[in-house]
Design a protein around this ligand. Structure first.
Ligand SMILES: *Cc1c(COP(=O)(O)O)cnc(C)c1O
Length: 396
């Protein structure tokens, strides 16, 4: 497939102008060591065999590719779902958590730290660390701890220490800042398990490599089922890890369109959405240069989305590059469009998608309106059980 082209993100830490390593001096040695060790271990057959083994026997990979026949009929095309909702802990995040936790163990880290917003990455990290016998601490905004009580309980049951963050907005952004502060204090023996394809190099590359298992499986499964490739691959984009994971193995397939769907929230005004590529402009956040929702003075905007996992003002640097180069297109789906798509999938296919994943479904629906009869591969990043309380509120 694609051994011919140079992997600039891996080699230089940048995709076009995006990416880089904008961190305090004290973290540079830790990031350089992580880069060297990640390159070495991901290229190591024994490490890969162990990771694959855990993904198969514990995570439940490969996840199925499901043809959504009734939904396709309703939307006027072929819809195929890559079922990350069926992965252990209910979303794609476990792939990254277990991959990096294994890396942490191999690097001899004595503890793992992570940050979490809605709690999904915290739960995935807690589970992976328990499985591998690693001590785990998760930073979480005090506001989010209130809003996401069941996930806090899950993390605790899995043996993880949850640290409330009161500073700043007391949500994900503050939690990331706090995790970075912890890491600065002891970058040698602490491993920072970052939850999406964001942050300083090597994280965007590392997370993409681990999450590419989604796209590799989906591409092979699609070919086995149809003897061809889809017209388009669609995924929701928060930080961008599930999207880059399913896109990456298709990047060289020029006839396959790539469509990222961001959170259009309740509208286009500042604070009403989290559509970073659609509505943002370049800037630096959490250690890397990418698109960002901010003003001329660098003040980062508040964001809103009905789905907590997409409620982030930044996006992974490789998406900024794929957008600018025209290889992938990014659109937004509003809260209402996502909720509508969630209902339609549930009633035609018997699958309750996560609110995040429902944005990808809304994007697929729109694509089929513009390209009737097309075949669409949708990254169904997670299951909707976690969203039941929000759905109950909204449907009152
Ligand atoms: C966290 C989450 C997302 C968003 O994260 P990405 O890094 O953009 O993939 C999407 N879907 C689900 C189910 C999530 O839990």
């Amino acid at each position: 497939m694609k051994t011919s082209k140079q992997d600039l993100l891996k080699e230089t830490g940048r995709a076009g102008p995006y990416g880089g390593r904008y961190v305090p001096e004290v973290l540079m040695p830790a990031l350089t060591r992580l880069e060297n060790e990640a390159v070495r271990l991901l290229g190591d057959a024994r490490f890969q065999a162990e990771l694959t083994g855990i993904l198969e026997e514990w995570v439940g990979r490969p996840t199925p590719l499901t043809r959504a026949g009734r939904l396709g009929e309703a939307w006027g095309g072929q819809v195929w779902l890559k079922r990350e909702d069926l992965a252990h802990t209910g979303a794609h995040k476990i792939n990254n958590a277990v991959g990096q936790a294994l890396l942490a163990r191999e690097m001899g880290a004595s503890r793992v730290i992570a940050e979490t917003g809605a709690g999904q990455h915290g739960v995935a990290s807690a589970a992976a660390c328990a499985r591998l016998g690693l001590e785990c601490t998760v930073y979480m905004g005090a506001v989010d701890i209130e809003r996401q009580a069941p996930n806090v309980e899950r993390m605790k049951l899995l043996g993880t220490k949850v640290v409330p963050v009161q500073s700043g907005d007391a949500t994900l952004r503050a939690a990331i800042n706090e995790a970075m502060r912890d890491w600065v204090a002891d970058p040698e023996s602490t491993y920072y398990l970052l939850g999406s394809a964001v942050g300083p190099h090597p994280y965007p590359w590392l997370v993409r490599e681990i999450q590419s298992v989604i796209g590799k499986e989906a591409r092979a499964q699609f070919q086995a089922a149809t003897a061809g490739l889809p017209d388009v691959v669609v995924a929701c984009v928060g930080g961008g890890s599930n999207a880059i994971g399913i896109f990456h193995p298709f990047v060289e397939d020029e006839d396959v369109a790539l469509l990222g769907v961001e959170a259009g929230g309740s509208g286009g005004a500042v604070g009403e959405n989290a559509a970073t590529i659609v509505r943002g402009k370049p800037g630096v956040l959490h250690g890397s240069y990418s698109y960002l929702l901010h003003d001329e003075d660098g003040q980062v905007f508040e964001t809103h989305s009905v789905s907590a996992g997409l409620d982030y003002p930044g996006v992974g640097p490789e998406h900024a590059f794929l957008s600018e180069s025209g290889r992938a297109e990014y659109i937004e789906a509003t809260d209402d469009q996502a909720l509508q798509a969630l209902d339609e999938l549930a009633r035609t296919e018997g699958i309750l998608a996560a609110l995040e994943s429902s944005h990808a479904l809304a994007g697929a629906k729109r694509y089929l309106q513009e390209n009737p009869g097309a075949s669409v591969l949708v990254g169904l990043s997670g299951r909707g059980d976690k969203d039941i309380d929000i759905l109950r509120e909204l449907k009152r």
